[in-house]
Design a protein around this ligand. Structure first.
Ligand code: SF4
Length: 294
């Protein structure tokens, strides 16, 4: 029986970090605060908006299709919002918080007005306390994990429609690994065929149907990146993380405050105890959470 704890776990976000840059991957996914032994994470308003809207919409899957929309989504959202209110949600002023909360309210008003496929039957992938996961390769001890936002059951074809809820304004890029990963998760964790995939941009209530990737191509693309991640982690054990996870723009210098770029700099500030950062507690996965002060 393979040991899941010794496996390399990869996800859409960790592979995205790796593709952005190796040091970005290291700071987001491997670095641990030497004092607490915890990974570090930065909360921000966009993330809080995404988490809360997703919690409400994904929570709807717990209810039977015919009575699913018989609840007050705005009241539910208000309760969920308490978890991210103030600094712990990355908000540095009341105005900022209200601006983001209003955006969430508008999204859920759109959903209430026209819930689309949310009133149809749906399925959920099996999971325990971890996100849904499966062995991408037992031989290489690599596990792929992720959460598919919504899976609609299509009775006419006895197949599935996967949907990703978007709370940001930016459209997902064509080269994104998100759909390939969702497809692989669905194929590995249940038996029905996935025949349709869509992004639902909640703010302007726009559905964008996407062509499904071919399963073999999806596997090849994801596995190739996962192997690169695994190899980088292996080399870093031998040669040291600083040698393998190198920033191509030159390492951030805490004295001159130069080097690196916007993606990693806030993490470098935390590591260097910069006064722009402030600890706001411990996150759900035991990470040390910080905000960046403006
Ligand atoms: S700071 Fe460096 S490693 Fe991080 S994303 Fe920017 S260029 Fe890449």
């Amino acid at each position: 029986m393979p040991d899941k704890y010794s496996a390399v776990w990869v996800s859409h976000s960790s592979m995205g970090d790796f593709l952005k840059c190796p040091r970005s991957y290291y700071l987001h996914n491997m670095y641990k605060n030497p004092k607490t032994g915890h990974k570090i994470s930065i909360v921000n308003p966009h993330m809080s908006l995404g988490i809360t809207v997703h919690e409400v919409l994904e929570g709807l899957a717990e209810y039977p299709a015919d009575t699913r929309m018989n609840r007050d989504l705005l009241k539910w959202f208000d309760e969920v919002w308490q978890k991210v209110s103030g600094k712990k949600g990355g908000f540095t002023s009341n105005e900022e918080e209200q601006e983001f909360k209003s955006r969430g309210i508008e999204m859920l008003q759109n959903v209430t007005k026209d819930p689309r496929f949310l009133t149809n039957k749906c399925i959920k992938l099996k999971r325990d306390t971890m996100p849904c996961n499966f062995y991408l390769s037992e031989d290489h001890n690599i596990i792929l994990n992720g959460l598919v936002d919504w899976i609609e059951y299509l009775p006419e074809t006895d197949s599935l429609h996967i949907i990703d809820f978007k709370t940001g304004k930016k459209e997902e890029s064509e080269s994104s690994l998100q759909l390939p990963i969702y497809l692989l998760l669905c194929n590995a964790l249940q038996k029905r065929k996935v025949t349709k995939a869509s992004y639902w941009y909640l703010e302007n209530d726009k559905i964008v149907e996407k062509e499904l990737p071919d399963a073999d191509t999806a596997y090849r693309d994801v596995f190739e990146i996962a192997l690169r991640v695994k190899e980088a982690r292996r080399l870093s054990k031998r040669e040291g993380e600083e040698k393998i996870f190198v920033c191509p723009k030159g390492k951030y210098d805490s004295v001159t405050k130069e080097g690196g770029c916007i993606h990693c700099r806030p993490y470098e500030w935390i590591i260097n105890n910069d006064k722009q950062t402030e600890s706001v507690g411990i996150g759900g996965f035991n990470q040390d959470m910080y905000i960046i002060k403006k």
